[in-house]
Design a protein around this ligand. Structure first.
Ligand code: ADP
Length: 189
């Protein structure tokens, strides 16, 4: 009989073969998953980028609901209904603003993913999609951010039916494929 450690290893290998972590190039607001994650700001009152898109697609009830939450610290997360979105829930997390990498940005970004997964598990969420948190207006370098994102996804893949890395450009798809070891890195000259 296999030891718990052996079984865990086998589960992990199976999860990997089944590619529970999927990379999609799409608008995250279109995804019919249990939860989509929002790269919000500390006010939780909406903004540009993916935050603006999520509020537009969810409708004004999302903003009304967020007003009652009193904001969210960087690295933390809050869960709300998805209102008019196809997703049942939105998990709002506040990524760090990139200040050069020496201000705890990596720990804060990792915390965004971990807190989002924690809330998802509490709500029995089985399918979840993440945007590339902090890599837009907040300026976090994409490759470093994807390394943190995919690491936390691999740590949680056995707890979900599917985890989607939702990319908004073909370039980001390549970054995530490389981070997951699914594609050799482009040759450097
Ligand atoms: P942040 O302030 O955390 O940097 P942004 O919204 O500016 O957040 O960008 C985060 C990432 O989300 C970027 O990679 C951006 O291209 C992407 N993005 C923007 N709109 C959408 C969308 N509708 N669906 C998925 N990803 C999006």
């Amino acid at each position: 009989p296999a030891s718990p450690a052996e079984r865990l290893k086998k589960n992990r290998q199976q999860a990997r073969t089944h590619k529970m972590i999927q990379i999609h190039e799409t608008d995250i607001t279109t995804l019919s998953v249990d939860a989509i994650v929002n790269a919000a700001n500390e006010t939780l009152l909406g903004g540009g980028g993916v935050d603006g898109a999520i509020h537009r697609a969810a409708g004004p009830k999302l903003l009304d609901h967020c007003r009652g939450l009193g904001g969210c610290r960087t690295g933390s997360a809050r869960i709300t209904p998805g209102f008019a979105l196809p997703a049942r829930f939105v998990i709002h997390t506040v990524g760090p603003v990139w200040k050069g990498g020496q201000s705890g940005e990596a720990e804060q970004l990792r915390s965004c993913y971990l807190e989002s997964f924690r809330l998802a598990e509490e709500s029995r969420i089985k399918s979840i999609a993440f945007p590339a948190i902090s890599t837009g207006v907040y300026g976090y370098p994409s490759i470093e951010a994807a390394s943190i994102a995919t690491q936390t996804m691999l740590e949680h893949e056995s707890d979900f039916d599917v985890i989607i890395a939702c990319c908004f450009s073909a370039a980001d798809v390549t970054v995530y494929e490389t981070a997951l070891g699914r594609k050799p890195p482009a040759p450097s000259n």
